[in-house]
Write a protein that binds this ligand. Structure first.
Ligand code: SF4
Length: 376
């Protein structure tokens, strides 16, 4: 049976966010004197939250309390934002990323001037690049105008979503304006956050991280690291050509799960099961290999979805061949040799579907924590 050809060029752009890129950006901002706002600040208010979040808020600039605390939205405005996040999205601020257009406090809480916005926009744009959110919610006129490139006001802009980068931009009011204005504006803000929530749900956003391994031992270590983040019911697909390292990956994955007995290729049986005991509470590891698959119905006979429903974790080599039966929700690991380098492999790790859409950060940590692989 002819297997789908793997084309490394089809792998999405690597998006393992580098800690050093964040550190470099942050330290540059913390000592920045690019505009006159540097003179009046107590401290630079860089941003806060999950650097891999699907949802990002962009406000205007720090106020007095933010300037003192070094964190955006900590005063009454921040309390309102936190309350709306909890009530409309069911999250706290650690689950999103929050930044401002300018990082230093404008005097008397005035709007930032055009030259100040222009001087500071490089930091915000780099933050959006690094977070790479699905939905950006702008808070108030300044952020919406900057990111949408318009001079229209927030009252005209809000009430709908705009295509933005890989997802959407939802303009809403600044919480300080909502506090001053009262019930109707707060209600409209709530409606805007519900719109953002729906867009997040509609865009589970497959994500991809890429990591390089320089030896079979490194591939095993990366797989063992990934095994630490899987939970009962998770499906992992190992994809790649002959000799790409899928079985080595499966062996490392089994080791990481604490599988009893050596994990060997199940080529002639299609599926082997190993009792295990993992950090994530997994007690059964199902290892399938679809290389000798003749008909898709054979995948149905393996009853992998049933095993998953009973709490097993399944890793399926040549998993792309069984995807029509196995479903869309999976962690897919595409292994590819690096041309001209015998033992070197690229692993493109993609999370797809509801089971994986919100787990990019934990997978990224598992990959980044490997001492044997090189993330980039
Ligand atoms: S507001 Fe931005 S550009 Fe201006 S000094 Fe602060 S960090 Fe630098």
């Amino acid at each position: 049976m002819q297997r789908p050809r793997y084309d490394p060029l089809s792998v999405p752009v690597p998006v393992v966010r580098s800690t050093s890129a964040w550190e470099t950006l942050r330290s540059e901002a913390l000592s920045c004197t690019r505009c006159p706002l540097a003179r009046g600040r107590t401290q630079v208010v860089f941003g806060v939250g999950d650097p891999s979040a699907d949802l990002m808020f962009v406000g205007e600039g720090p106020g007095r309390e933010e300037d003192l605390a070094g964190e955006p939205f900590v005063g009454r405005s921040g309390q309102l934002l936190d309350r709306l996040l909890a009530e409309e999205l069911g999250i706290d601020r650690s689950r999103c990323y929050i930044a401002n257009v300018v990082k230093c406090r404008p005097p008397e809480n005035r709007d930032p001037a055009p030259d100040e916005i222009e001087a500071c926009r490089r930091y915000l744009e780099a933050q959006i690049d690094l977070v790479d959110p699905v939905v950006v919610v702008t808070l108030g006129n300044v952020a919406a105008r900057l990111l949408l490139g318009t001079t229209a006001g927030i009252k005209a802009l809000r009430g709908r979503a705009y295509p933005y980068r890989r997802g959407h931009l939802v303009p809403t009011y600044h919480p300080a304006f909502a506090l001053r204005s009262g019930g109707q504006v707060v209600a409209e803000m709530r409606a805007d956050l519900v719109r953002a929530k729906h867009l997040l749900g509609a865009s589970p956003g497959p994500w991809t991280l890429r990591v390089e391994s320089d030896s079979p031992a490194a591939t095993r270590a990366l797989a063992a690291g990934l095994a630490q983040v899987v939970r009962p019911g998770d499906l992992v697909l190992a994809v790649g050509g002959l000799g790409a390292g899928k079985t080595v990956f499966a062996q490392g994955f089994g080791e990481g799960l604490g599988a009893r007995g050596p994990v060997t290729s199940p080529t002639f049986t299609l599926l082997r099961q190993y009792p295990c005991r993992s950090a994530g509470g997994v007690e059964l590891f199902a290892h399938a290999d679809l290389y000798r698959l003749d008909r898709l119905v054979e995948v149905v006979d393996l009853a992998i979805p049933e095993l998953l429903a009973e709490g097993a974790v399944a890793l399926v080599e040549w998993g792309d061949a069984g995807a029509p039966v196995l479903g869309d929700s999976a962690l897919e690991v595409v292994l590819a040799p690096v041309p001209g380098q015998l033992d070197r492999r690229t692993l493109a790790v993609s999370g797809r579907g509801p089971a994986w859409s919100g787990r990019r950060a934990e997978v990224e940590a598992a990959l980044g924590g490997s001492r044997s692989g090189t993330t980039r």
